[in-house]
Structures are given as structure tokens and as C-alpha cells.
Design a protein around this ligand. Structure first.
Ligand code: CP
Length: 404
């Protein structure tokens, strides 16, 4: 599993990260759905001294789902969150993202940033955190028309819950439909989905397509991608349709004509259901505009966008747990033993009782050990003294194949 620190791109998630996040989301969902156990989640975003992890959500761009689900996730897990529109921060007076990060960072464990105007908003803040040596984690909540990194968790999670094996085996056919050039959720999803393989059709008007930079981020050996103009041509093949609205707020002056808008609504929206397979599903990151009649989900049970949106809460809780709280089980261990410092995977090095190290990578040059479900880095000198079950770490694993 790659180390999760800043999340500025769907590229930050490897295949194993996706699976770990999905599995954790399922565990948290089960706890949340049990009224007796739910309150135990309140301890997740607490530090060893009882202080809550502090989050700031900064945004210049409207949001219901991303901001709402992050706020709910943080509060459910006992963290503290403040949500500030950038238009009322000094960003309105010309302050840069770098400077904003430097101001909030020293007293803030995590900044979640949405900026509709800046394609590199999260990246700039993450770089600033590194340059200033701040432990603050930066999470992209939508940067311009480029990326929406955590939506690329929500949507695959929704597919995985319905079609685990076929999805993981790369046997599904998906159609990403609509504003291919400007939909940041399509861009991030294409990058994320490329970890799973399968067939992806990019379906949209002739003049629109996913930008070249997205293709440079995906492994085309794993995934097959094809541009299609008429969704009817592929209807017999598609398992999941991913519909998007015209991204008016992200098109930077490239407005569509009235005729183009009418065409888009007619061809790339709910009309697809008339000829789509009865066993196919329709996703949409929302908000939906004219491409969907408002009650489409009540008219046709294949439209599962509210289920998809609900999943955002669980998947964002899982992400925060995996970044900030890999130590839940450790709290329950009472016996004192030799302790060791480990890093990687966590937002900062943490001290663990040695008894929690339950596996050691046998690759001599690899400093990784396994703590319950997580791989972490350790001082190789300390590692030598740990006599535990040996297994091959997720990072070295491919090297063994290459060596053969
Ligand atoms: N899917 C999504 O990003 O929704 P919001 O814009 O409401 O956050």
C-alpha cells in the first residue's frame, strides 16, 4: 500500500489503497449503522492526549456533497472542523494558496480545499506544507476542471459494492458520459478506474474529449479506452453509465450554444435509459441539471445516484481513518512492552508497542513491517530484532516478480 499523506490526485491511490479504503468504509458503515456502537467512532479523530484533530475546509466553489460528507465524517469521528469560504478569507485580497496554508497550517492537522478556478489548488497547498515542514495534510476536494480526487473513491466504491469480483477482475464495461473536457470527476475517475482494468467508453459530443494529460496518467495496458459519440452504439455492452451535467462553472468562458445544450440534454442524459440494458446502472456525481428529470430515481431503480452520494460519507470516513488513525486497535492493548517508532502510511511517525508488529518483510533492504492491516516503515536496525511472521510487503511484492 502506498503511503497516504496529501491527496491531490486520484493517482495517489494504488489498487491496494482502493481496496483498503473500501474495506474500511464497510467496517465503518457497520459500526455507524449500529446505534449502540456508533458513538465509538467519536474516538477515531482524537489524539493520544484526547485533543481532537483539527480540520479546515476552504472553498471557493459551491458544494453540497463533498463539503457536507467531509463535515459529517469529521464530526462523527470526533474531529473539529471549520468550513470557510475563500471569498471571505484574504484570498479575496490576493492571498495565495501557499500563504493561506502557511497561516492555517501550524494549528491545523488537515486542510480540505475546493477551488473551482485553480486546477492546482490542492497541489500548491501540499507543496507549501512540505516546504514549510508542516505536518498538515492537504486533501483535494475539487481543483478547477482538472481533478476531484475523493470523488474517484466514491464512484468506484459504489461499483465495487455491487459488483466486487467483476470489478476487481477488470470485467466491467463503463461509459463516462457528457462533458468530457471539463468534468473533473470524469478525469479523476478515469485515472482511478485504470487501476481496476476493464473497458471504458468516453461518450460525448464530437468536439469534447478528455484532455491529453489524463491519458498520460493512466496505464493503458490495464484499461481499454475508446471515444464514442453516440451512446446508443454501445448500449448492449455497458454495465455502468456515469452521466455528468454540463460543467458551466468550470468551462472558463467556453460556453455552449443553445443548440449544443439542447443536443447534450437530448443525447447524453436520462434518454439513454430507453435503450440501456435492464441490468445496467446509472451513476451521476450530482448535482444533476436538465439532463435528468428530477424524480428519475423514483421512476427507474437503475438510477442509483443517491446511493452513490450516501457512499461519500463512508468512503471519506475511511480515508480519514486511514490517514490519521491507524491506531484504533492499539488503544485497546494494555500490556506495556518495548516500543518502536514507525513511519509511513501515517501522517507522522508514531510510537507502537513492538507486540503489535505482526509481520516483517523478508526482503533485507526493505524496512517495512506490518501492523495489523497496515504496512509501515521502520528503522532496519530495530527490524532485525523483531521475530515475527514473515510475509512479502505490498511495496516489494512486484520486485520479487521482476527478480524471477
Ligand atoms: N459530487 C460533488 O462534488 O458534489 P458537490 O459539488 O455537491 O460537492
Amino acid at each position: 500500500m502506498a503511503e497516504l499523506r496529501h491527496i491531490t490526485s486520484a493517482k495517489d491511490f494504488g489498487f491496494l489503497d482502493f481496496l483498503e479504503i473500501f474495506r474500511t468504509a464497510e467496517e465503518l458503515r457497520a459500526i455507524y449503522n449500529d446505534p449502540v456502537k456508533r458513538l465509538s467512532l467519536m474516538y477515531l479523530l482524537k489524539k493520544a492526549n484526547g485533543e481532537a484533530f483539527r480540520f479546515r475546509i476552504l472553498y471557493s466553489g459551491a458544494s453540497t456533497r463533498t463539503i457536507g460528507s467531509f463535515e459529517d465524517a469529521i464530526e462523527t469521528m470526533g474531529g473539529e472542523v471549520k468550513t470557510n469560504p475563500l471569498e471571505f478569507s484574504s484570498a479575496a485580497k490576493g492571498e495565495t494558496h501557499r500563504s493561506t496554508l502557511r497561516i492555517h497550517g501550524p494549528r491545523c492537522d488537515c486542510i480540505i480545499i475546493r477551488d473551482d478556478k485553480d486546477d492546482y489548488a490542492a497541489k500548491k497547498m501540499a507543496e507549501a506544507a512540505e516546504e514549510y515542514g508542516l505536518a498538515t495534510v492537504v486533501i483535494d476536494g475539487g481543483s478547477g476542471s482538472r481533478q476531484h480526487s475523493t470523488q474517484a473513491l466514491v464512484d468506484p466504491y459504489t461499483i465495487w459494492r455491487r459488483d466486487k469480483l467483476r470489478f476487481m477482475n477488470g470485467e466491467l464495461t463503463l461509459a463516462l458520459v457528457g462533458d468530457l473536457s471539463h468534468s473533473r470527476t470524469i478525469h479523476s475517475n478515469l485515472i482511478g478506474l485504470s487501476q481496476f482494468g476493464g473497458k471504458v467508453f468516453l461518450v460525448g459530443p464530437e468536439e469534447e474529449n478528455v484532455p491529453d494529460w489524463v491519458f498520460s496518467e493512466i496505464d493503458t495496458n490495464k484499461i481499454s479506452v475508446e471515444k464514442i459519440i453516440n451512446p446508443r452504439d454501445i448500449a448492449a455492452l455497458v454495465d455502468y453509465w456515469y452521466i455528468t451535467r454540463i460543467q458551466d462553472n468550470l468551462r472558463k468562458g467556453k460556453r455552449l450554444s443553445k443548440k449544443q445544450i439542447e443536443h447534450y440534454i437530448r443525447v447524453y442524459g436520462a434518454s439513454i435509459r430507453k435503450y440501456a440494458r435492464t441490468d445496467s446502472w446509472f451513476l451521476h456525481p450530482l448535482p444533476a441539471n436538465q439532463e435528468y428529470p428530477e424524480k428519475i430515481d423514483l421512476m427507474d431503480s437503475r438510477f442509483i445516484h443517491y446511493e452513490q452520494a450516501d457512499n461519500g460519507f463512508f468512503v471519506r470516513m475511511a480515508l480519514l481513518k486511514l490517514i490519521f488513525v491507524p491506531t484504533l486497535d492499539i488503544r485497546t492493548i494494555l500490556a506495556e512492552q518495548q516500543s518502536v517508532w514507525v513511519s509511513g502510511y501515517f501522517s507522522r511517525p508514531i510510537e507502537l508497542p513492538a507486540q503489535l508488529i505482526n509481520a516483517v518483510c523478508p526482503e533485507p533492504s526493505c524496512p517495512r513491517v506490518r501492523v495489523h492491516t497496515n504496512w509501515v516503515d521502520m528503522d532496519p536496525e530495530v527490524k532485525k530484532h523483531l521475530i515475527k511472521a514473515k510475509t512479502v510487503c505490498d511495496r516489494c511484492h512486484p520486485q520479487f516478480y521482476i527478480a524471477k
